[in-house]
Design a protein around this ligand. Structure first.
Ligand code: SF4
Length: 313
């Protein structure tokens, strides 16, 4: 199968957005001040063990500013260099569908109208925080502007989910995906490699499971051990082994080779603020990690989906 890659051996978000909108597109991370059912006792307390006080929104806008101000601050910074760019307001911090419908409608309707160059809205959330009326609303919103929901799965393995205090299970995730698949909302799934107790085979299982679902994108992260998290506190008491860069590259390359070719790869590694990161330090060199993945794919003459294809032909 020919893939619309320009320079990578996998279908990058950048290529996908350029193909769809015909120009450079930036995501603008925002903090709408929501909380999370895995922190307030509804689904759990304490949150996922890796989650920072900002609710995994370390690059989101300043909560002291209005959403509009957060968006304008970033857009203005980018506009000089990229005057023709389009934008996607990205509700990143915490669980962005965890509020009543009126509140959500006010946020997302407002974001859709921030600027004529807003082409889509991206919303990070949990699969257990999607009421039917919210899904119906997002479906209707998707008639006006593209809408992407980013769902945190991290791993398909429920024993890992329990270990990281995820507070929902695979059945809940699968059911949410199938409900969303009946709407105009696109689905992107966040996964994390290197979670406690996971082997490379388990991480590959997660990709193989995603291949069976009607999803549109995946974000692949390395586990970051951050300060002021439950995981970080454990690590500071007694450091535990984490994946080294070559092992991470091996795992991601294998995951890409098995990944369904139509699934857009939003990320192959994450980043976190240097001052908040305890380990592993190599994750700070995001471009090195991406280059190593590219190099390995080239050396193997491999690309996204080549193993998926072999299995299904
Ligand atoms: S679901 Fe997201 S915001 Fe909530 S605790 Fe987990 S990582 Fe943090």
């Amino acid at each position: 199968m020919t893939q619309p890659h320009t320079h990578k051996r996998y279908l990058t978000l950048n290529d996908h957005l350029r193909a769809r909108y015909g120009r450079k597109v930036f995501k603008v991370p925002l903090d709408a001040g929501f909380t999370c059912p895995n922190k307030d006792g509804t689904a759990g307390t304490g949150g996922c063990v890796f989650c920072s006080p900002s609710g995994s929104g370390d690059y989101a806008g300043d909560q002291a500013l209005t959403l509009r101000e957060q968006f304008d601050t970033i857009r203005e910074r980018l506009h000089d260099k990229w005057p023709d760019a389009a934008y996607i307001p990205y509700f990143q911090a915490n669980t962005n569908t965890y509020a009543d419908l009126d509140t959500l409608r006010a946020c997302f309707d407002q974001a859709a109208g921030f600027h004529p160059d807003v082409v889509a809205i991206a919303i990070a959330t949990r699969p257990d925080a999607l009421e039917n009326d919210v899904i119906d609303y997002l479906d209707s919103l998707s008639n006006r502007v593209d809408v992407t929901l980013e769902l945190g799965l991290q791993s398909m393995h429920d024993e890992t989910g329990q270990r990281i205090n995820r507070g929902h299970d695979l059945n809940t995730f699968d059911a949410a995906v199938m409900r969303l698949a009946k709407t105009g909302v696109e689905i992107v799934v966040h996964i994390i490699n290197g979670l406690p107790g996971e082997t490379p085979a388990m991480m590959l299982d997660t990709i193989k499971h995603l291949n069976t679902l009607p999803i549109h994108g995946v974000k692949i992260h390395m586990l970051h051990v951050m300060k002021r998290t439950a995981l970080g506190e454990d690590y500071e008491k007694e450091p535990f082994p984490l994946l080294v860069l070559p092992a991470y590259v091996d795992i991601v390359v294998e995951q890409l080779r098995y990944l369904r070719p139509d699934i857009v790869v939003h990320r192959v590694t994450g980043d976190s603020p240097k001052e908040a990161l305890l380990a592993p330090a190599w994750t700070l060199k995001k471009f090195v990690v991406m280059n190593e993945i590219d190099k390995r794919l080239r050396a193997l003459d491999a690309r996204q989906g080549d193993c998926y294809k072999k299995k299904t032909d």
